[in-house]
Design a protein around this ligand. Structure first.
Ligand code: PBG
Length: 338
């Protein structure tokens, strides 16, 4: 039966790959990505992370090799996480000038200068013996304002070591202001802040905690400072607070289960919006595809595209290297080089 009026036929534009390519609204490029990298003190060879297949705890030397390879693939940004040899109550390895991330930043900055954006996660959970993102008061609760003083020291140590961007992830109130003030008063006015603004107390950080050897004391959790996943508007309260305090970019984390938050934040601010496709989101694709239950490449591309489609300008993901290798291979194929 033919309709008596021209019905919409969106399938016309889906007929061929070339047509689909022409009208696609969202395109991922290697410039969208930031590679999270782990560097561990006191090891002499890189260590695989079982729950994050393909991701390593690096030595400083193997980190340099990794970043060289990423740079050759066109990756423009990395974010560093440190695993110290010794943890203590205040997480002093995070602000020690000879702490592992500071050592790694100096080496990276010396080799890459401004060619690669060097970001440093700014938190203390990897460095504290109790595993919390701040220091504890006499009742064992995270003390917000004491922690701010520690974060200010971490920011200075990271800036001195060469970070272009510091990324506070501890969800303490006032952290962006404390860090901005510390940076500005020491002449680091040009160091940017990527604020983990809307960070939820997610179950999807499990593999990351293996990667940085973190266990929260007494089987505790971070619900006292990270956001409750039942609430969405609160994310905008956090974003407003961080912007008012001087954030240069804001982040939503995790990404996939929080696409509604990414959309809301995108509509709310003109600043760049980042999204962290976290360890559990990566591990789920790796595990299901290893079992043959889903197709690795298809699902990885589908999910990363969804994050960009929702409005993220910058995506932190453990798939960065995979994506960059894939793009490089596609470019070679298009150019007819094998
Ligand atoms: C805190 C921090 C965490 C992640 C990034 N920064 C862990 C947490 O809040 O428990 C998680 C990243 C991931 O799961 O990939 N320093």
């Amino acid at each position: 039966m033919t309709a008596s009026f021209p019905i919409a036929r969106p399938r016309r534009l889906r007929r061929t790959a070339a047509l689909r390519e022409l009208v696609a609204e969202t395109r991922l490029t290697v410039n969208d990505f930031v590679a999270p990298l782990f560097v561990r003190e006191g090891i002499d060879a890189p260590q695989p992370i079982v729950s994050l297949p393909g991701v390593m705890q690096h030595t400083v030397d193997s980190l340099l090799i990794e970043v060289r390879e990423l740079a050759a693939l066109g990756v423009k940004a990395v974010i560093l996480f440190g695993v110290p040899a010794v943890k203590d109550a205040t997480g002093s390895g995070a602000f020690d000038p000879d702490g592992i991330v500071q050592v790694a930043l100096r080496a990276l900055r010396a080799e890459f200068g401004d060619r690669i954006v060097l970001m440093a996660d700014l938190c203390v959970d990897e460095y504290t013996d109790h595993g919390h993102c701040g220091i504890l008061d006499e009742h064992g609760d995270v003390d917000n304002d004491q922690t701010l003083q520690i974060y200010a020291k971490v920011a200075l140590a990271q800036a001195e070591a060469g970070a272009h961007v510091v990324a506070p992830s501890g969800m303490m109130d006032g952290q962006v202001a404390a860090i901005r003030t510390a940076l500005d008063s020491s002449g680091f006015n040009d160091v940017s802040i990527l604020a983990y603004s809307a960070k939820y107390a997610s179950g999807l950080y499990g593999p990351f905690r293996d990667a940085v050897d973190v266990q929260i004391v007494g089987g505790g959790d971070r619900k006292g400072y990270q956001q409750d996943w039942r609430s969405a508007r609160e994310a905008l309260v956090e974003v407003d607070a961080d912007i008012a305090q001087g954030a240069d970019m804001v982040m939503v984390k995790p990404a996939l289960s929080y696409l509604d938050i990414i959309v809301a934040v995108r509509q709310h601010t003109s600043l760049p919006v980042a999204a962290y496709h976290v360890s559990g989101e990566y591990a789920m694709i790796k595990a299901a595809s290893a079992n043959g239950w889903i197709d690795h490449d298809t699902v990885a591309l589908e999910q990363l595209t969804a994050i960009k489609r929702a409005g993220a300008d910058v995506i932190l993901t453990y798939f960065t290297r995979w994506f960059a290798e894939r793009s490089a291979a596609e470019l070679r194929a298009e150019a007819g080089v094998s």
